[in-house]
Structure formats: structure tokens, C-alpha cells
Design a protein around this ligand. Structure first.
Ligand code: MG
Ligand code: MG
Length: 261
């Protein structure tokens, strides 16, 4: 069942989301060659706690970090570690959740480490565009498949607003993971695919969904690490990007709850 959020709940989620945005602001500054993903986790933890929130991910199904840090071919759920040092030319996806008075904000961004290849740059741009094309469909009386279709079209080069320099390539779309309702729990109904599945569930004002395209340079397929049982990587070891916002549908249009306040 998809639950509608009250005005009061949306206010609290806006606060949680604003803190998530502050973490991303700190991550953007901190991501440089030579820093470990453990150090990034420490910074995120500090920002979340200084702002009277709790790190949603820490302890979730036993997850050991406040953020997920997934480098290059890693898609999602990478565990922060002192042994994982960022290098010039890497890309790192950082996923953050913060809980404020029981309500959750969830947002991910992929950051370049120094100068990255043109191929990586385009992957980041197309995935960010897929997110915003999806967000634009988060309106009452649209259906869930409108969001999924907008993401799919962007990844496959079929969206009408793809800039010229990004045209002409079809990207892989991660199938096993996707967006989700969010509120008093990090993962609520509905599950949101990043490609069309003929889901004609109508979007209503008060629905909140974390929209999160995961787009690959190569194939769609991904594998879960046999070492830690968390980290998800692409099956062909080509790079992947992940952009996510928590978004409310309102009568005035989509409202991004994880933007800076
Ligand atoms: Mg997330
Ligand atoms: Mg999420």
C-alpha cells in the first residue's frame, strides 16, 4: 500500500532531506584523490549528527556505514573502508540517508575525482538528466510508468531533451534495483523500476518516492560481492553512475525534498 504523507510529515522530511543535501555539499568538497571512503563516512556522520538527525543507513540490515561509497564499476552499497583510497580519474557514487524525528531523506550523487575521462563525464551527465527527467513526471494523475519510462528513454538516447554531445549512445540500465517510496521507513511501497513495466498506478499528491536511476556504461547486469555480501558491481566491470532525490508529488508539481534548504 502506498501511503500519502501529511503536511506535517512532509515538513519533517524536508528537514531530513535538507540535512542530506548538506552532507552532499560536504562530500562534493571532500572528494579528492587520496581520501579514503572511511574518511568520507566520518564527515557524513558528523554533518548528520550536528544537525540533529540520525544516519539512516547505519545498522540497516546490518550495514556498517552512514553512507554507501561505490567506486567506478561498483553500482551501489559499497562499504566505506580505510583501504579504499580515491584516485584521480575515479568516479564515486555516494548514497546518504538521514532520519529526523522518524522521517527519512535519501539521496545519492556520483562525483568525479579530479579530472575524469570524457566517457565517464557523459555517463554522469546522462544519469543526472535521467533523474531530472524522471522527477518531472512525479505529478498527480501521472502513473508510475511515466517516471520509469522517462528514465529509460534518457538512458537509451530516446528522450527529446538530450544535449547533442550526449546523443548516440545507449547505456545499460540496472534492473534488480530501483526507486522506492520513502517516509517513516527508508523503503516503502511502491518499488519504482528504472524502465517501463506497464505499471499504471496513479501518482497522488502526498506520495513521496526516492527516484534513483543507476546507469551503466556497458551491460545491464550486476553482481553482488561474494566477499561482503553488500557491494553491487557491474557484471562487465564497466563504470556505473547513480543519482537520487527524494521527491514529493504535490498539486503544484514535483517537490525535491533532498535539495539544499
Ligand atoms: Mg539512497
Ligand atoms: Mg534510495
Amino acid at each position: 500500500m502506498i501511503n500519502k504523507k501529511s503536511r506535517e510529515e512532509l515538513k519533517l522530511m524536508r528537514h531530513a532531506g535538507g540535512v542530506v543535501a548538506l552532507v552532499h555539499k560536504a562530500m562534493k568538497e571532500a572528494v579528492t584523490a587520496g581520501i579514503s571512503t572511511f574518511e568520507l563516512d566520518e564527515i557524513a556522520s558528523r554533518v548528520i549528527k550536528e544537525n540533529k538527525c540520525t544516519p539512516t543507513f547505519l545498522g540497516y540490515n546490518g550495514f556498517p556505514g552512514c553512507i554507501c561509497t561505490s567506486i567506478n564499476d561498483e553500482v551501489v552499497h559499497g562499504i566505506p573502508s580505510k583501504d579504499r583510497i580515491l584516485k584521480e580519474g575515479d568516479i564515486v557514487s555516494i548514497d546518504v540517508g538521514a532520519t529526523y524525528r522518524g522521517l527519512v531523506g535519501d539521496s545519492a550523487w556520483t562525483y568525479p575525482v579530479g579530472k575524469i575521462s570524457e566517457e565517464y563525464e557523459k555517463l554522469l551527465k546522462i544519469t543526472e538528466l535521467a533523474l531530472f527527467n524522471g522527477i518531472d513526471k512525479m505529478r498527480p494523475d501521472n502513473v508510475l510508468d511515466d517516471i520509469s519510462g522517462a528514465v529509460e528513454d534518457t538512458a537509451l538516447g530516446a528522450a527529446s531533451n538530450i544535449p547533442k554531445e550526449l546523443q548516440g549512445k545507449k547505456y545499460g540500465i540496472v534492473r534488480q534495483y530501483g526507486g522506492h517510496g520513502v517516509g517513516r521507513n527508508m523503503h516503502e511501497d511502491p518499488f519504482l523500476f528504472n524502465y517501463r513495466v506497464k505499471n499504471n498506478t496513479k501518482i497522488k499528491a502526498g506520495y513521496v518516492i526516492a527516484i534513483e536511476p543507476m546507469i551503466n556504461l556497458g551491460v545491464d547486469e550486476v553482481v553482488v560481492s561474494a566477499v561482503d555480501n553488500w557491494c553491487v558491481s557491474t557484471a562487465d566491470n564497466k563504470a556505473s553512475a547513480h543519482f537520487e532525490h527524494t521527491v514529493a508529488a504535490t498539486d503544484d508539481g514535483p517537490l525535491i525534498l533532498t535539495a539544499l534548504e
